[in-house]
Design a binder for this molecule. Structure first.
Ligand SMILES: NC(=O)c1ccc[n+]([C@@H]2O[C@H](COP(=O)([O-])OP(=O)(O)OC[C@H]3O[C@@H](n4cnc5c(N)ncnc54)[C@H](O)[C@@H]3O)[C@@H](O)[C@H]2O)c1
Length: 340
């Protein structure tokens, strides 16, 4: 942190989601100062344009320059999924905190490498599970106990994607499948967070309905929790009628959360917020960034920290393992997992 306790931040990865984070940094005003935007040499123009637009001190075209900089405290890392672990480890080794876009990594083994680097450096790792941070989602979390669980959570998350928006989506290894690697973290993270119990078993089937990519564009997953709760997720990139709808039922009540923002408790709409394209920045990205800065300042584990992210990645991996084997996968998250 600078002398006046302001976090000096760089964003690495000036792609599609970058502006949502840059808007959040700008909105944080006194909390943080944007020092640099960093990209690859071949995207110089985009990097410089973003640096200028968001008032960064400099544009950087070499990742090593970010690592060696001594005027940067924290990094917002928005590179493709398969690069998260390698770059996050390098960032931690260089003595900087990191907010990594979801998923933290594509495998649990990679998460464990990041955890080892975090332990060695003493620096903070947070994962960008932005959807938790909407007021509607936060209110749902506050009210979970009133349902007197165990509960059932059913989450349908369907979008329509005509073709791969960026090259790495075409590769299952890079994207972590596809629907599971892109939207799986949203569904799995909020399910685990809301239920607040450990996942113990996962059964899933995935499909590829269109030949535009290697990975799955459909997934259906059933997660059993230690407290008896059930989470059901449906992920689709083929939904011409977009949907983002969670139904949460317990013995003593029902809630429904749509678009992460509109919360019904029974039949009463108790929180409502307009949907805006996340690329323009939104309240969730703002709250997420504030949580990152505050956790670093207070030297505490952030919401959506390493342990929570490891659970999400373990469930994502179990989804693919269950699809391959055709049977449910038992999870023992209490012990370090062995990875393929
Ligand atoms: N929270 C959300 O709702 C949400 C939405 C979209 C994307 N994401 C996540 O954000 C991440 C980025 O996704 P995207 O859609 O913006 O992808 P993208 O491909 O548009 O952007 C990635 C950027 O990183 C750059 N990059 C790659 N290697 C780099 C390096 N070594 N140094 C600097 N820059 C480098 C690329 O050139 C590109 O500009 C992914 O992990 C994705 O899952 C999250």
């Amino acid at each position: 942190m600078s002398d006046n306790n302001i976090m000096r931040v760089a964003l690495v990865g000036p792609g599609r989601i970058a502006t949502a984070h840059l808007e959040a940094i700008a909105a944080s005003k006194g909390e943080a100062q944007l020092v640099a935007v960093a990209g690859l040499p071949q995207e110089r123009e985009r990097t410089e344009e973003l640096a200028l637009r968001y008032g960064a001190q400099r544009a950087v075209h070499d990742f090593d320059e970010i690592l060696s900089a001594d005027d940067i405290d924290g990094i917002v890392l928005t590179v493709p999924n398969h690069l998260h672990s390698e770059l996050a480890v390098a960032i931690l080794d260089s003595g900087k905190h990191v907010l990594v876009e979801k998923p933290l990594a594509n495998t649990v083994a990679e998460v464990d490498e990041i955890a080892a680097a975090a332990a060695a450096s003493g620096k903070t790792v947070m994962v960008g599970q932005c959807r938790r941070f909407f007021a509607g989602a936060q209110e749902a979390k506050q009210r979970m106990q009133t349902l007197n669980g165990p509960v059932s959570v059913v989450h349908n998350l369907g979008v329509y994607v005509e073709d791969a928006a960026v090259g790495w989506w075409k590769s299952a290894a890079q994207a972590g499948g596809l629907a599971v690697g892109l939207n799986g973290p949203h569904v799995i993270d909020t399910m685990v967070w809301l239920i607040g119990s450990q996942p113990i078993r996962v059964y899933a089937q995935t499909r590829r309905l269109r030949d535009r990519w290697e990975g799955e564009d459909e997934a259906v997953l059933l997660v059993e929790f230690a407290d008896g709760s059930l989470g059901t997720g449906y992920l689709s990139l083929n939904t011409r009628i977009p949907v983002n709808d969670r139904l949460i039922n317990g013995p003593d009540g029902s809630m429904r959360l749509t678009d992460d923002r509109n919360l019904w408790v029974g039949e009463d709409l108790v929180v409502s917020e307009q949907v805006v394209p996340y690329i323009n920045g939104d309240s969730a990205f703002e709250q997420q960034f504030i949580e990152f800065v505050t956790a670093v300042r207070e030297k505490r584990t952030p919401q959506s920290g390493l342990a929570e992210a490891r659970t999400v990645v373990a469930v994502m991996q179990a989804v693919h393992d269950s699809q391959s084997s055709g049977v449910p996968v038992e999870l023992d998250l209490g012990t370090p997992s062995v990875n393929k």
